[in-house]
Ligand binder design. Structure first.
Ligand code: UDP
Length: 344
């Protein structure tokens, strides 16, 4: 049995690729399960280049109903320390337009993964959840006991996944679940070799700004400047993707200690909020590029402000963020400048 092996679903994606590099550097054998539906096979080469070891790849859409036997067979023959589960759809606006698809894919993937974990006898899962499970019901900062209330199907799919995992842990003694509620991941590996490469028009603030800075888009549309915030624009808790990846390693380490199973939940954020205009100014300073902005109407489903109370992760996991907004902008820009067309 090799308990240093880790299964990483969605490992070719933005966050997954950064986690893969850190896992390999920490001595884990990494098996990525990904279907490249929102990522590029070139990511696997980059992970190898950065870490010196090529992760094993199982190319599979885990939401396909009959994938369990095939994937279990591909994984058989060794023991696994745990699963880090990131695979899923993640565009909020798309989830509002296609709720059935979001529930089918995001819940189906987790259900199949649990069947696979049962077959290969793996009892630890670290799940990629989201601060969107809180919605707008909490004055910032919000801790893990905050009121739950997603405002879109994507957020509900994260919440329902947390529920499925909790029910599963209750029914299976020794099964350990760690839910990580991410705030707003941005930035890139300092090498500039991996980073966020959204397909089509970026939904999120940082990749959009980066594409304006690199000349792919003319101006940033600022979605509303009439919120009750410092300058009227939306405030979010941005977290460097390297800090986020380190949070997963801390969570995995915690899961590997014997807590007798059960569910633990942690916010992963900085505990500090920045407005859209503060981010634009920081990115312009870090890149030396002008970022033209155009204020437009509010985006449906957006909330004014959300900021993490991440004290629990520091206390229990011994983890806290190390990188500030300037570092997030420098690294995000470095990646974008070196890869103006992403992995293409
Ligand atoms: N935002 C914006 N223009 C964009 C994308 C985002 O003004 O093109 C704003 C958005 O309204 C929010 C903040 O930037 O206040 C962060 O949005 P993002 O989509 O990155 O994250 P989320 O909404 O999931 O927190």
């Amino acid at each position: 049995m090799n308990a240093r092996s880790v299964i990483l679903t969605g490992g070719a994606g933005y966050i997954g690729s950064h986690i893969a590099v850190l896992l390999i550097e920490a001595g884990y054998e990494v098996v990525i399960i990904d279907d490249f539906s929102n990522s590029s096979p070139a990511v696997i080469d980059r992970i190898e280049k950065l870490s010196g070891i090529r992760p094993q790849l199982v190319e599979q859409d885990l939401s396909v109903p009959d994938c369990v036997d095939g994937v279990s067979a591909a994984l058989a023959g060794r023991g696994y320390a745990g699963v880090i589960h990131l695979a899923g759809l993640k565009a909020v606006g798309e989830s509002v337009a296609q709720p059935g698809r979001y529930y089918r894919v995001n819940l189906g993937t987790t259900l199949n993964l649990l069947s696979i974990m049962e077959k290969i006898k793996c009892n630890n899962i670290v799940f990629s959840s989201s601060a969107t499970v809180y919605g707008e019901l909490n004055p910032p900062p919000v801790d893990e006991s905050g009121k739950i209330g997603p405002t879109n199907p994507y957020g509900f799919s994260k919440l329902f996944n947390e529920q499925i995992l909790a029910d599963y842990a209750a029914a299976n003694q020794g099964f350990q679940v760690i839910n990580l509620r991410y705030f707003n991941p941005v930035g890139a590996h300092p090498s500039g070799l991996i980073g966020e490469d959204p397909k089509g028009i970026p939904n999120n603030l940082f990749p959009y700004i980066a594409q304006v800075a690199v000349g792919r888009r003319e101006a940033l549309n600022v979605f509303g400047d009439d919120y009750d915030t410092v300058d009227g624009t939306g405030v979010r808790d941005y977290i460097h993707v390297m800090d986020l990846a380190e949070g997963h390693l801390a969570a995995l380490k915690f899961a590997l200690e014997d807590h007798g199973g059960g569910v633990a939940c942690f916010n992963l954020g900085c505990g500090r909020g920045y407005s859209v205009l503060e981010v634009v100014n920081a990115f312009a300073a870090a890149s030396g590029k002008e970022i033209p902005v155009k204020v437009v109407g509010r985006r449906a489903g957006d909330i004014a402000e959300i900021v993490a109370d991440a004290a629990q992760a520091e206390k229990i996991l011994g983890w806290k963020t190390q990188r500030d907004l300037n570092q997030m902008c420098i690294d995000h820009w470095h990646w974008q400048e070196q890869n103006p067309d992403g992995f293409a």
